[in-house]
Design a protein. Structure first.
Length: 169
């Protein structure tokens, strides 16, 4: 199944493609040759420049994504095609097809009944502590928890789709 990513959040570059590339390269699976092929095609297609040294130093890898999934379509073992511009003439798969390792339920509660200081986040119905929340935000591609909540700015229920062996809880 396709997972589509944008390249900006709030009109700023999000570097999700590069963060996903970094996570795939650091993870298991010997994807270096395949990665270089996809990266080269991406750079050519979108006339982009890439300085790999800078990339490694300032980006944390993106290891999963959060999606609404009311029909519970995402399942462990499914193939994932990582794309940008889904359904457009310039749709592009920017990484090799990978496998969904696991799916966890995520909820964001803005009622302030559970946490009077701000939103509460649950994974598989367990409340996250502050340290785990920081890890979740960074592993999902956000620089800070504030950036995470700026994007997820309302009540939310969905799935956390993992393509690495990482799991919370």
């Amino acid at each position: 199944m396709k997972l589509s990513f944008g390249t900006t959040v709030n009109n700023q570059p999000n570097y999700f493609i590069e963060k996903i590339w970094k996570g795939l390269l650091e993870g298991p699976g010997h994807l270096e040759e395949s990665y270089l092929n996809y990266q080269g095609r991406y750079l050519d297609k979108f006339d982009a420049f890439w300085d790999g040294d800078t990339f490694s130093e300032f980006l944390e890898p993106k290891l999963h994504t959060i999606r609404r999934d009311p029909e519970h379509l995402w399942k462990a073992g499914m193939d994932i095609q990582l794309v940008i511009n889904q359904g457009q003439p310039d749709e592009f798969q920017f990484a090799p097809t990978i496998r969904c390792q696991s799916v966890q339920r995520i909820q964001i509660d803005y009622s302030l009944l559970i946490n009077p200081d701000g939103p509460a986040v649950f994974i598989d119905y367990e409340l996250l502590d502050k340290e785990t929340l920081v890890r979740l935000a960074i592993n999902d591609g956000f620089a800070t928890v504030a950036d995470f909540f700026y994007y997820f700015n309302e009540e939310f229920t969905g799935n956390l789709v993992h393509w690495s062996t990482l799991s919370y809880g």
